[in-house]
Design a protein around this ligand. Structure first.
Ligand SMILES: C[S@@+](CC[C@H](N)C(=O)[O-])C[C@H]1O[C@@H](n2cnc3c(N)ncnc32)[C@H](O)[C@@H]1O
Length: 475
């Protein structure tokens, strides 16, 4: 079903119930760059104030931070391609840890996920500008393969200022890649006006500048399409809104009716509006609630019969509570909490209650795998549930248990958990609570469960191994 997702597209795309492998026919993305400048002019909320939390929500994502460092570390390991990491590492040497580098890392990790969700016959169009397009092309070559590069499209427009210091800047770049060599492409479908009158009408309606010569030609890699001027009818006031004509051209050429079109940075919904108009199904993701609200209104105003739903990723205790308050939302809440903490959600195939909602795995310094059982409580619970988890750990021969809860525990529950004792990591002088209760409030305070960190353990293992080897040499 047509869906708008509210939240960080990386988290949303990683939810495999929402985005299974090879589910999408066409992706268009127009990620923000230098967003601070763009979003400080975003329109105000109902009370006439800027929504700073919303601005911060995505501004931080694109600056060098712990999150970028973590993404870089993730990219250094399988299943991600080693060549991509080496390329990014080389960029890091050249650029340093600046905003451009953060942008490239955060794009790379998202593009990998987008490749996973794209069908074999699918295509992806990445909209950027000459500030970053040369770096992004190398990243795209690594992810989609040089042989799947189809075009560097120049979107030529007339708006913007003139300069005497350099040639006036009048174009954006759109990188077009397919997933494989057998991809869907129908440029002949792009509407071409045949008479002078039709030409003029098309120009007025779509803002498209079409030359008479174009009436015989197949479309070329320079798109002459007017950017939205301040008076344009379709203008909604969103600072980076793209013209419908641009998206219609892409959707017509690279998808069929009924196909699924995804825009993971959907802004005020130009892609989803064009997809709806052309009879495609659509999925849009945005991290700004303003964007989601605006798209909702845009779609209802322009397509009164349109059907779609809105899904969200919690970004506060209140929104987590809201999510868990419905029957379907309860399951999503469980999934969200488990995956957000790096676990694997679990549902028994028989449908019975096994007392297990997820697993987490870690390795000790001898590389032996161990399991943490995860149980999620989206509603009320008591010491009985803590005891149940103890039983499941014994039954499953696991090392530890994590009870993830929406509601804060009472003293009785905490002492029940503490009575389970502590888990001692083999050969490491470090213990962890055998059972711990971790709440949504903890999570939004930035606290994380006290469980073995794989990277930390491996580092320790390497150090101990080196020390042992040194000792052997001395003997
Ligand atoms: C350049 S705008 C897209 C404009 C869009 N093409 C249109 O025509 O309206 C980029 C959008 O990406 C969103 N965004 C930024 N970081 C995001 C993230 N991590 N996940 C999802 N959306 C994000 C911003 O809120 C913004 O609406």
């Amino acid at each position: 079903m047509n869906t708008l997702y509210y939240g960080d597209n990386l988290e949303i795309l990683r939810n495999r119930d929402w985005f299974p492998n090879g589910a999408v026919d066409l992706i268009y993305l127009d990620p923000p760059f230098n967003s601070k400048r763009a979003y400080n002019v975003i329109f105000k909320d109902k009370k006439g104030k800027y929504p700073p939390s919303q601005i911060e929500a995505f501004d931080d994502t694109w600056q060098w931070s712990d999150e970028t460092e973590e993404a870089m570390w993730e990219l250094s390991k399988p299943p991600y391609p080693a060549e991509l990491y080496r390329t990014l590492d080389a960029f890091r040497v050249a650029l340093g840890n600046n905003d451009m580098m953060a942008y490239l890392v955060m794009m790379a990790i998202r593009l990998l996920e987008l490749k996973r969700v794209l069908k074999k016959t699918g295509s992806i169009y990445l909209h950027c500008d000459p500030t970053a397009s040369h770096y992004l092309k190398i990243v795209m070559d690594q992810i989609f393969g040089v042989k799947n590069f189809r075009n560097e499209i120049v979107w030529h427009y007339q708006t913007g200022g003139a300069s005497k210091r350099h040639y006036s800047k009048k174009h954006d770049i759109i990188l077009f890649y397919s997933k494989t060599n057998s991809y869907l492409f129908h440029p002949e479908r792009i509407e071409i006006a045949r008479t002078k009158k039709a030409l003029k009408r098309a120009q007025n309606e779509k803002g498209a500048r079409i030359n008479k010569d174009d009436t015989t030609k197949l479309p070329e890699d320079v798109f002459e399409i007017q950017a939205l001027n301040p008076m344009a009818k379709e203008r909604l006031g969103y600072p980076t809104q793209k013209p419908l004509a641009l998206l219609e051209r892409i959707i017509q050429a690279s998808s069929n009716e009924g196909d699924i079109v995804l825009d993971p940075f959907c802004g005020c919904g130009t892609t989803v509006a064009a997809a709806e108009k052309l009879g495609r199904k659509w999925l849009g993701i945005d991290i700004t609630i303003l964007a989601i609200n605006l798209i909702e209104k845009r779609m209802k105003d322009h397509f009164p019969d349109v059907k779609f739903k809105i899904e969200e990723i919690p970004n506060s205790v209140a929104s987590a509570k809201k999510m868990a308050s419905t029957r379907q939302g309860k399951f999503l809440f469980e999934q969200w909490f488990v995956t957000t903490l790096g676990g694997q959600p679990f549902k028994s195939s028989g449908g019975g209650d096994t007392g297990i909602d997820g697993f987490m795995n870690f390795r000790d310094i001898n590389n032996k795998p161990h399991t943490i059982i995860v149980s999620v409580k989206g509603g009320g619970y008591g010491p009985g549930e803590v005891r149940d988890l103890k039983g499941v750990i014994e039954r499953e021969n696991a090392e530890m248990g994590l009870l993830l809860a929406l509601i804060n525990p009472t003293k009785g529950m905490l002492s029940e958990a503490a009575s389970a004792g502590r888990y001692q990591m083999p050969e490491v002088s470090r213990t962890y609570p055998k059972i711990q209760i971790f709440t949504v409030e903890d999570y939004f305070k930035g606290i994380r469960p006290d469980i073995p960190d794989v990277s930390e353990t491996l580092k320790k293992a390497k150090r101990i191994k080196r020390e042992r080897e040194k000792q052997k040499e001395l003997i």
